[in-house]
Write a protein that binds this ligand. Structure first.
Ligand code: GUN
Length: 314
Protein backbone atom coordinates (compact mmCIF):
# COMPACT_ATOMS: atom_id res chain seq x y z
CA UNK A 1 0.00 0.00 0.00
CA UNK A 2 1.22 3.51 -0.72
CA UNK A 3 -0.33 6.02 1.60
CA UNK A 4 -2.22 9.06 0.36
CA UNK A 5 -0.53 12.25 1.47
CA UNK A 6 -2.65 14.49 3.68
CA UNK A 7 -1.98 17.91 2.20
CA UNK A 8 -2.05 20.14 5.26
CA UNK A 9 -1.05 23.15 3.21
CA UNK A 10 -4.06 22.87 0.90
CA UNK A 11 -6.47 22.08 3.74
CA UNK A 12 -5.17 25.07 5.71
CA UNK A 13 -5.55 27.31 2.65
CA UNK A 14 -9.21 26.31 2.31
CA UNK A 15 -9.78 27.02 5.99
CA UNK A 16 -8.04 30.39 5.79
CA UNK A 17 -10.31 31.43 2.91
CA UNK A 18 -13.31 30.79 5.17
CA UNK A 19 -11.69 32.73 7.98
CA UNK A 20 -10.88 35.65 5.64
CA UNK A 21 -14.53 35.74 4.66
CA UNK A 22 -15.54 35.85 8.34
CA UNK A 23 -12.96 38.57 8.99
CA UNK A 24 -14.64 40.68 6.27
CA UNK A 25 -18.05 40.18 7.88
CA UNK A 26 -16.66 41.07 11.32
CA UNK A 27 -15.07 44.23 9.93
CA UNK A 28 -18.39 45.30 8.36
CA UNK A 29 -20.33 44.66 11.57
CA UNK A 30 -17.88 46.07 14.07
CA UNK A 31 -15.94 48.69 12.11
CA UNK A 32 -12.55 47.12 12.76
CA UNK A 33 -10.73 43.88 11.92
CA UNK A 34 -10.00 41.32 14.65
CA UNK A 35 -6.62 42.10 16.22
CA UNK A 36 -3.81 39.68 17.07
CA UNK A 37 -0.58 40.49 18.86
CA UNK A 38 2.30 38.03 18.92
CA UNK A 39 4.84 38.61 21.70
CA UNK A 40 8.37 37.27 21.36
CA UNK A 41 10.95 37.64 24.12
CA UNK A 42 14.56 37.11 23.08
CA UNK A 43 16.11 35.80 19.90
CA UNK A 44 15.38 32.08 19.58
CA UNK A 45 15.90 31.56 15.80
CA UNK A 46 13.13 28.97 15.39
CA UNK A 47 10.68 31.19 17.31
CA UNK A 48 11.59 34.18 15.12
CA UNK A 49 10.68 32.14 12.03
CA UNK A 50 7.36 30.99 13.54
CA UNK A 51 6.40 34.46 14.73
CA UNK A 52 7.07 36.02 11.34
CA UNK A 53 5.00 33.32 9.62
CA UNK A 54 2.12 33.80 12.06
CA UNK A 55 2.09 37.59 11.64
CA UNK A 56 2.35 37.40 7.85
CA UNK A 57 -0.49 34.92 7.46
CA UNK A 58 -2.64 36.85 9.93
CA UNK A 59 -2.27 39.97 7.77
CA UNK A 60 -2.96 37.97 4.59
CA UNK A 61 -6.25 36.83 6.17
CA UNK A 62 -7.25 40.43 6.90
CA UNK A 63 -6.55 40.45 10.63
CA UNK A 64 -4.79 43.35 12.23
CA UNK A 65 -1.54 41.77 13.32
CA UNK A 66 1.21 43.17 15.50
CA UNK A 67 4.54 41.68 16.50
CA UNK A 68 6.05 42.77 19.78
CA UNK A 69 9.70 41.76 20.01
CA UNK A 70 11.20 42.30 23.46
CA UNK A 71 14.84 42.01 24.51
CA UNK A 72 16.06 38.83 26.21
CA UNK A 73 16.71 40.78 29.44
CA UNK A 74 13.03 41.80 29.79
CA UNK A 75 12.02 41.07 33.38
CA UNK A 76 9.08 38.90 34.27
CA UNK A 77 7.41 41.88 35.97
CA UNK A 78 7.82 44.05 32.86
CA UNK A 79 6.41 41.28 30.65
CA UNK A 80 3.39 40.96 32.95
CA UNK A 81 2.82 44.73 32.74
CA UNK A 82 2.95 44.57 28.93
CA UNK A 83 0.45 41.69 28.86
CA UNK A 84 -1.86 43.58 31.20
CA UNK A 85 -1.81 46.58 28.90
CA UNK A 86 -2.64 44.30 25.93
CA UNK A 87 -5.51 42.86 27.99
CA UNK A 88 -6.91 46.40 28.36
CA UNK A 89 -6.49 47.27 24.65
CA UNK A 90 -9.96 46.81 23.16
CA UNK A 91 -8.60 46.59 19.58
CA UNK A 92 -6.74 43.37 20.46
CA UNK A 93 -8.69 40.10 20.53
CA UNK A 94 -5.84 37.60 20.65
CA UNK A 95 -2.57 37.57 22.58
CA UNK A 96 0.02 34.92 21.74
CA UNK A 97 3.13 34.69 23.89
CA UNK A 98 5.63 32.67 21.90
CA UNK A 99 7.34 29.89 23.88
CA UNK A 100 9.98 29.10 24.99
CA UNK A 101 10.69 32.16 27.15
CA UNK A 102 14.16 33.04 28.46
CA UNK A 103 15.09 30.94 31.52
CA UNK A 104 14.60 33.77 34.05
CA UNK A 105 10.87 34.05 33.21
CA UNK A 106 8.36 31.56 34.60
CA UNK A 107 6.05 30.83 31.63
CA UNK A 108 3.17 29.63 33.82
CA UNK A 109 3.15 32.82 35.84
CA UNK A 110 3.04 34.99 32.72
CA UNK A 111 0.53 32.86 30.79
CA UNK A 112 -1.87 33.18 33.74
CA UNK A 113 -1.94 36.95 33.28
CA UNK A 114 -3.36 36.74 29.73
CA UNK A 115 -7.10 37.50 29.65
CA UNK A 116 -8.62 34.01 29.04
CA UNK A 117 -10.97 35.54 26.44
CA UNK A 118 -7.87 36.64 24.46
CA UNK A 119 -5.88 33.45 25.10
CA UNK A 120 -5.82 32.29 21.46
CA UNK A 121 -3.16 29.66 22.26
CA UNK A 122 -5.50 28.02 24.79
CA UNK A 123 -2.69 27.84 27.36
CA UNK A 124 -4.34 29.74 30.24
CA UNK A 125 -5.34 27.38 33.10
CA UNK A 126 -8.94 28.59 32.72
CA UNK A 127 -9.09 27.29 29.14
CA UNK A 128 -6.96 24.21 29.92
CA UNK A 129 -9.31 23.32 32.80
CA UNK A 130 -12.50 23.92 30.85
CA UNK A 131 -11.24 21.74 28.00
CA UNK A 132 -10.32 19.01 30.49
CA UNK A 133 -13.85 18.93 31.97
CA UNK A 134 -15.58 19.05 28.58
CA UNK A 135 -16.75 22.66 28.74
CA UNK A 136 -16.48 25.08 25.80
CA UNK A 137 -12.99 26.56 25.78
CA UNK A 138 -10.36 28.04 23.53
CA UNK A 139 -8.35 24.92 22.67
CA UNK A 140 -4.69 24.94 21.56
CA UNK A 141 -4.04 25.40 17.85
CA UNK A 142 -1.93 22.34 16.98
CA UNK A 143 -4.35 19.77 18.50
CA UNK A 144 -7.26 21.50 16.73
CA UNK A 145 -5.30 21.31 13.48
CA UNK A 146 -4.49 17.63 13.99
CA UNK A 147 -8.13 16.81 14.72
CA UNK A 148 -9.16 18.68 11.57
CA UNK A 149 -6.72 16.64 9.45
CA UNK A 150 -7.95 13.38 10.97
CA UNK A 151 -11.58 14.32 10.32
CA UNK A 152 -10.63 15.18 6.76
CA UNK A 153 -9.86 11.51 6.08
CA UNK A 154 -12.07 9.61 8.53
CA UNK A 155 -15.59 10.63 9.42
CA UNK A 156 -16.49 8.14 12.15
CA UNK A 157 -13.92 8.53 14.91
CA UNK A 158 -15.83 6.83 17.71
CA UNK A 159 -14.28 3.56 18.82
CA UNK A 160 -10.98 3.97 16.98
CA UNK A 161 -7.70 3.22 18.76
CA UNK A 162 -5.44 6.27 18.73
CA UNK A 163 -1.86 6.40 19.95
CA UNK A 164 -0.55 9.86 20.86
CA UNK A 165 3.22 9.88 21.42
CA UNK A 166 4.34 12.86 23.49
CA UNK A 167 2.55 14.43 26.44
CA UNK A 168 3.34 18.12 26.15
CA UNK A 169 0.94 20.79 27.37
CA UNK A 170 0.90 22.25 23.85
CA UNK A 171 0.06 19.10 21.86
CA UNK A 172 -0.13 15.66 23.50
CA UNK A 173 -2.28 16.35 26.55
CA UNK A 174 -4.96 18.56 24.92
CA UNK A 175 -5.05 16.33 21.83
CA UNK A 176 -5.73 13.31 24.03
CA UNK A 177 -8.68 15.18 25.55
CA UNK A 178 -10.11 16.22 22.18
CA UNK A 179 -9.78 12.71 20.73
CA UNK A 180 -11.28 11.15 23.86
CA UNK A 181 -14.24 13.54 23.59
CA UNK A 182 -14.65 12.37 19.97
CA UNK A 183 -15.09 8.80 21.23
CA UNK A 184 -11.62 7.45 20.50
CA UNK A 185 -9.77 5.06 22.77
CA UNK A 186 -6.66 7.11 23.40
CA UNK A 187 -3.32 5.71 24.51
CA UNK A 188 -0.89 8.35 25.69
CA UNK A 189 2.74 7.32 25.30
CA UNK A 190 6.14 8.92 25.45
CA UNK A 191 9.73 8.08 24.56
CA UNK A 192 10.12 6.09 27.80
CA UNK A 193 7.06 3.93 27.12
CA UNK A 194 7.92 0.23 27.12
CA UNK A 195 7.04 -1.76 24.00
CA UNK A 196 6.13 1.40 22.12
CA UNK A 197 6.44 -0.36 18.77
CA UNK A 198 3.93 -3.07 19.82
CA UNK A 199 1.47 -0.48 21.12
CA UNK A 200 1.85 1.45 17.88
CA UNK A 201 1.05 -1.64 15.78
CA UNK A 202 -2.41 -1.78 17.41
CA UNK A 203 -3.33 1.83 16.60
CA UNK A 204 -5.79 2.85 13.89
CA UNK A 205 -4.38 6.38 14.12
CA UNK A 206 -0.86 7.30 15.24
CA UNK A 207 0.01 10.87 16.17
CA UNK A 208 3.64 11.49 16.98
CA UNK A 209 4.56 14.69 18.81
CA UNK A 210 7.69 13.44 20.55
CA UNK A 211 10.33 15.57 18.83
CA UNK A 212 12.43 12.54 17.94
CA UNK A 213 13.52 12.23 14.28
CA UNK A 214 12.68 8.90 12.65
CA UNK A 215 11.11 7.49 15.85
CA UNK A 216 8.13 5.82 14.18
CA UNK A 217 9.42 3.16 11.80
CA UNK A 218 7.51 1.60 8.92
CA UNK A 219 7.04 -1.75 10.67
CA UNK A 220 5.46 0.03 13.68
CA UNK A 221 2.50 1.06 11.52
CA UNK A 222 -0.60 -1.11 11.31
CA UNK A 223 -1.53 -1.65 7.65
CA UNK A 224 -4.14 0.95 6.70
CA UNK A 225 -3.48 3.21 9.70
CA UNK A 226 -3.55 7.02 9.56
CA UNK A 227 -0.23 8.60 10.54
CA UNK A 228 -0.02 12.23 11.69
CA UNK A 229 3.48 13.61 12.21
CA UNK A 230 3.65 16.66 14.51
CA UNK A 231 7.44 16.52 14.85
CA UNK A 232 9.52 19.35 13.41
CA UNK A 233 13.13 18.42 14.05
CA UNK A 234 16.17 20.26 12.73
CA UNK A 235 18.83 17.78 11.61
CA UNK A 236 22.28 18.51 10.23
CA UNK A 237 22.16 18.23 6.43
CA UNK A 238 25.90 17.45 6.20
CA UNK A 239 26.56 20.69 4.25
CA UNK A 240 26.74 23.10 7.15
CA UNK A 241 22.98 23.67 7.17
CA UNK A 242 19.99 21.80 8.48
CA UNK A 243 16.84 20.23 7.16
CA UNK A 244 13.47 19.80 8.84
CA UNK A 245 12.28 16.24 9.44
CA UNK A 246 9.37 14.77 11.36
CA UNK A 247 9.17 11.99 13.94
CA UNK A 248 8.07 9.44 11.36
CA UNK A 249 10.28 7.55 8.89
CA UNK A 250 8.09 8.84 6.07
CA UNK A 251 9.02 6.55 3.18
CA UNK A 252 8.81 3.37 5.27
CA UNK A 253 5.56 4.39 6.97
CA UNK A 254 4.01 5.36 3.61
CA UNK A 255 4.25 1.72 2.52
CA UNK A 256 1.87 0.61 5.30
CA UNK A 257 -0.32 3.60 6.18
CA UNK A 258 -3.49 4.55 4.32
CA UNK A 259 -2.93 8.29 4.91
CA UNK A 260 0.10 10.21 6.15
CA UNK A 261 1.11 13.83 6.72
CA UNK A 262 4.39 15.12 5.27
CA UNK A 263 6.88 17.33 7.13
CA UNK A 264 6.88 20.14 6.21
CA UNK A 265 3.42 20.79 4.73
CA UNK A 266 1.31 18.65 7.07
CA UNK A 267 0.45 19.79 10.58
CA UNK A 268 2.48 23.06 10.54
CA UNK A 269 0.16 25.05 8.25
CA UNK A 270 -2.87 23.84 10.24
CA UNK A 271 -1.44 25.22 13.48
CA UNK A 272 -1.27 28.70 11.99
CA UNK A 273 -4.73 28.39 10.40
CA UNK A 274 -6.19 27.54 13.82
CA UNK A 275 -4.40 30.49 15.41
CA UNK A 276 -6.26 32.70 12.94
CA UNK A 277 -9.48 30.78 13.61
CA UNK A 278 -9.08 31.16 17.38
CA UNK A 279 -8.41 34.89 16.97
CA UNK A 280 -11.40 35.36 14.69
CA UNK A 281 -13.73 33.51 17.02
CA UNK A 282 -12.33 35.23 20.14
CA UNK A 283 -13.07 38.57 18.43
CA UNK A 284 -16.60 37.53 17.62
CA UNK A 285 -17.21 36.25 21.13
CA UNK A 286 -15.70 39.36 22.74
CA UNK A 287 -17.75 41.67 20.53
CA UNK A 288 -21.09 39.93 21.03
CA UNK A 289 -20.94 37.55 24.00
CA UNK A 290 -18.59 39.26 26.50
CA UNK A 291 -15.81 36.80 25.58
CA UNK A 292 -17.73 33.67 26.53
CA UNK A 293 -15.83 30.47 25.57
CA UNK A 294 -19.16 29.02 24.44
CA UNK A 295 -19.31 31.84 21.88
CA UNK A 296 -15.86 30.88 20.60
CA UNK A 297 -16.88 27.27 20.10
CA UNK A 298 -20.21 28.15 18.46
CA UNK A 299 -18.44 30.35 15.98
CA UNK A 300 -15.90 27.67 15.09
CA UNK A 301 -18.57 25.05 14.58
CA UNK A 302 -20.34 27.40 12.18
CA UNK A 303 -17.19 28.02 10.14
CA UNK A 304 -16.27 24.33 10.08
CA UNK A 305 -19.82 23.30 9.27
CA UNK A 306 -19.77 25.53 6.21
CA UNK A 307 -16.38 24.17 5.24
CA UNK A 308 -17.53 20.55 5.20
CA UNK A 309 -20.99 21.44 3.87
CA UNK A 310 -22.65 19.98 6.97
CA UNK A 311 -23.77 23.04 8.92
CA UNK A 312 -23.89 22.15 12.58
CA UNK A 313 -24.96 25.54 13.84
CA UNK A 314 -25.60 25.75 17.55
N1 GUN B 1 6.14 27.33 20.70
C1 GUN B 1 6.03 26.20 19.96
N2 GUN B 1 4.73 26.00 19.60
C2 GUN B 1 4.03 27.04 20.12
C3 GUN B 1 2.67 27.40 20.07
O1 GUN B 1 1.81 26.71 19.49
N3 GUN B 1 2.34 28.53 20.73
C4 GUN B 1 3.26 29.28 21.40
N4 GUN B 1 2.83 30.38 22.03
N5 GUN B 1 4.53 28.99 21.46
C5 GUN B 1 4.92 27.87 20.81
Amino acid sequence: MTAARIDGKAIATALKLRIANDVGTFQLQHGRPPGLVVVLVGQDPASEVYVRAKAKQARATGLQSRQLVLPTETSEMRLVEIIESLNRDTSIDGILLQLPLPAHINPFRVLETIDPAKDVDGFHPYNVGRLAVGQPAIAPCTPLGVLHLIKHVVHALAGLDVLVIGRSNIVGKPLGTLLGDAGCTVTGAQLQTRNLSDICRRADIVVSAAGSPGLVRGDWVKPGAIVIDVGINRVDDGHGGYSLVGDVAFDEASERASHITPVPGGVGPMTIAYLLMNTMSAAWSRATLRGSPAGVNQFQLKTLGRLSGTARSS
